[in-house]
Write a protein that binds this ligand. Structure first.
Ligand code: HEM
Length: 409
């Protein structure tokens, strides 16, 4: 069915998405921005697609709350998934949010992150060697063999998870974040819950070992979170465990998708790919553009706690609002020629990391991972090409690929 833009906007329902939408949501986002930028969805929530409206909601933390206790109660009931998500810093307001964020930010300082660079380069080069060793038979996967392997190791290092215990982390993470989709089937719910249960059991052991033998708090986030602030500020055991899970999850799928989406986008834009190969110094602006163009985290959520007017619409207290980052990042009112991938784009004030009090605490690390992974991959395999159809993750919140078969040239 070929719908015009007005119909596309009118029929949009976040809980009833089509395969066409998952393949390419941008025509729908454009239609919404143009015709119903503040859109009432059938479930009573509002869906925002304009850049300025997102910024207004992100910045007004007093009115647009991140606390999800009310919203998640009917979705998750009294479950471990509920306990997990409602204890994570991202789904809390001050003071709980501020306390945890301060501790995490201390371990993600620019100095701590630049200290990770040599290990990161060595890791990426080891993965590239392994890909080269597999040869040109077309049996390599961009996600399994490269993009997902990087953040797992980086976050594993950040919490100092022993190397031989990292294997289950990715599946736990995918299962827990999968349960944040707008529609949660009983299977997805059960999988998410089981993942929280297993993850908690694992972390209890890890925390006990770390308490007995603390690491260096300058480098090891877990030791830092256990020891707390010099002023005596400590996390409860529940806060500690759930925020470790959150940190592992927050840094995984998002960064995997930055690397995967970025390298796939370059294949669809060969002139930009060539430009980056010829001018490697463009890698920083290129990573920003990949974040804007195919944002790995496409949706954010808030709940109004006071009556407010947004985009000309009056909203009462208690209104759930979805912030569509994927749409705002292609808003022509903010970005010239927004549907075009321009790896030299400046300025580029995209919202891929959100903005305001909850802006991504790991963005410097994600940028470093993206820049090292993509630039070294391109330098090593400038003629990489798809060897089969990429398989999308089939999610609306986290946009990325499950698998991208490719050959090195
Ligand atoms: C490309 C990669 C990444 C993207 C696109 C991304 C995106 C985001 C976004 C949009 C938020 C804001 C959520 C909101 O306001 O509702 C966020 C928060 C957060 N992210 Fe990231 N993220 C990435 C990588 C990472 C990494 C590598 C880490 C950790 C090492 C991390 C840790 C966090 C944390 C702790 C928060 C919560 C901050 C708070 O609530 O104050 N992220 N991220």
């Amino acid at each position: 069915m070929n719908l015009d833009a007005r119909e596309l906007a009118a029929l949009f329902d976040l809980e009833k998405l089509t395969p066409d939408f998952y393949a390419n949501p941008y025509p729908t986002y454009r239609a919404l921005r143009e015709h119903e930028p503040v859109k009432r969805l059938p479930n009573g929530s509002w869906f925002l697609t304009r850049y300025d409206d997102l910024v207004a909601a992100y910045k007004n933390t007093k009115v647009f709350s991140s606390d999800k206790k009310k919203e998640f109660a009917p979705k998750y009931g009294a479950s471990l998934l509920y306990e997990h998500h409602t204890t994570s810093l991202v789904f809390n307001d001050p003071p709980a949010h501020t306390r945890v964020r301060r501790l995490i930010m201390g371990a993600l300082s620019p100095r701590a992150i630049s200290g990770m660079e040599p290990d990161l380069i060595a890791l990426v080069d080891r993965l590239l060697d392994a890909i080269a060793a597999k040869g040109t038979k077309g049996n390599v996967d961009l996600i399994d063999d490269f993009a997902s392997a990087i953040p797992i190791e980086v976050i594993g290092n950040l919490l100092d998870v022993p190397q031989d215990e990292r294997e289950p982390l990715r599946d736990w993470s995918l299962a827990i974040l999968g349960a944040l989709e707008p529609v949660v089937t009983p299977h997805v719910f059960a999988r998410g819950n089981k993942a929280v249960e297993d993850f908690l059991a694992y972390l209890e052991g890890l925390v006990a070992r770390r308490r007995a033998k603390p690491g260096n708090p300058e480098r090891d986030v877990l030791t830092r979170l256990i020891q707390g602030e010099d002023n005596g500020e400590r996390l409860t055991e529940k806060e500690l465990l759930h925020n470790c899970i959150f940190l592992l999850n927050a840094g995984h799928e998002t960064t995997t998708n930055l690397i995967g989406n970025g390298l796939v986008a370059l294949l669809a834009h060969p002139a930009e790919k060539q430009r980056l190969i010829e001018t490697p110094a463009l890698i920083k602006t290129a990573v920003e553009e990949m974040l804007r163009f195919e944002s790995s985290n496409q949706l954010g959520n808030r709940m109004t706690v006071e009556p407010v007017e947004l985009g000309g619409i009056a909203m009462p207290a208690g209104t759930p609002v979805t912030l569509c980052i994927g749409a705002a990042n292609r808003d022509p009112a903010q970005f010239a020629d927004p549907e075009n991938l321009d790896i030299g784009r400046t300025p580029n004030r995209h919202l891929a990391f959100g903005t305001g009090a909850h802006q991504c605490a790991g963005m410097a690390l994600a940028r470093l991972e993206g820049a090292i992974a993509i630039s070294r991959f391109l330098a090593r395999f400038p003629d990489y090409a798809l060897s089969g159809p990429p398989v999308r993750g089939g999610r609306v919140r986290f946009r990325g690929f499950l698998s991208v078969p490719f050959q090195v040239g």
